[in-house]
Design a protein. Structure first.
Ligand code: PEP
Length: 249
């Protein structure tokens, strides 16, 4: 049985005051919730949010990390640093990082390995653009993105990882994949892993991300291979995010 997970990606939003209010509201609301709940604040706030959430059911993660462990990498943050200030997870390969900051499949694989080496659980984001979906190459794109990491890190590394399927056309657009569209790709992802290691595939959590809201969460999370969600915009409102967390069973 896979425990569902709901992760809130705050992206570049928030302030100390807003974060304190938001995390308090989430902690209040998710007590007794079946899902594992995580929030991913901007890097400068990870330490403080982790401190505020300490001892609560809410975990904290980073939104990205450096491929390197230590050294002359001005502006970068290592996995060990995120871990040191209380993060347990980190997003790797979010489509905004791939599209805006030039993160190739190879860089994403390096980050995945760096995350685990530094003691973090990577949440590996994969997903196709609208053009790729319309060209009928969704599965090929997702397989390529997964294969780059599997080839570099090894299949066994996925026993300590989470995968998030995030169709790029659904992120921040209000256009959600239908539950059937999500299930089709989630089933493909599970099958991809099952062909390599059936037990691992059975335990692997595959989250859906892309305009998840309280109004569509239960339907999406009700699909056989959807193990929860990676939530952007709707994770910035405590009430809405809590309703999404409660929908994951
Ligand atoms: C995301 O940032 O990963 C995301 C899914 O955003 P949104 O929920 O706003 O589409």
């Amino acid at each position: 049985m896979r425990r569902p997970m709901v992760a809130g990606n705050w992206k570049m939003h928030g302030s100390r005051e807003e974060n304190a209010r938001l995390v308090a509201g989430v902690i209040d609301g998710v007590n007794g919730c079946v899902a594992e709940v995580l929030v991913f604040p901007p890097a400068v706030y990870v330490a403080e949010v982790a401190h505020l959430a300490a001892g609560s059911p809410v975990g904290v993660g980073g939104q990205t990390l450096c491929t390197q462990a230590v050294g002359a990498y001005t502006g970068e943050i290592s996995a060990a640093m995120l871990r040191d200030v209380g993060a347990t997870h980190v997003l790797v390969g979010h489509s905004e990082r791939r599209a805006m900051y030039g993160e190739t499949d190879a860089v994403v694989a390096e980050k995945f390995i760096a995350a685990q080496a530094g003691g973090l659980i990577p949440v590996l984001c994969v997903g196709e653009t609208l053009e790729e979906r319309e060209a009928g190459i969704t599965e090929a794109v997702v397989a390529r993105q997964l294969e780059a990491v599997v080839a570099a890190a090894g299949i066994a590394a996925f026993a300590q990882a989470v995968v998030a399927y995030e169709p790029v056309w659904a992120i921040g657009t209000g256009r959600t994949a239908s539950p059937e569209q999500a299930q089709a790709v989630h089933g493909f992802i599970r099958g991809y892993f099952a062909a390599k290691d059936a037990t691992l595939a059975d335990h692997l959590r595959v989250l859906y991300g892309g305009s998840v809201k309280a109004s569509n969460a239960a339907e999406l999370f009700g699909m056989a291979d959807v193990d929860g969600g990676l939530v952007g915009g709707a994770s910035l409102k405590a009430d809405e995010f809590v309703r999404i967390c409660v929908a994951a069973r």
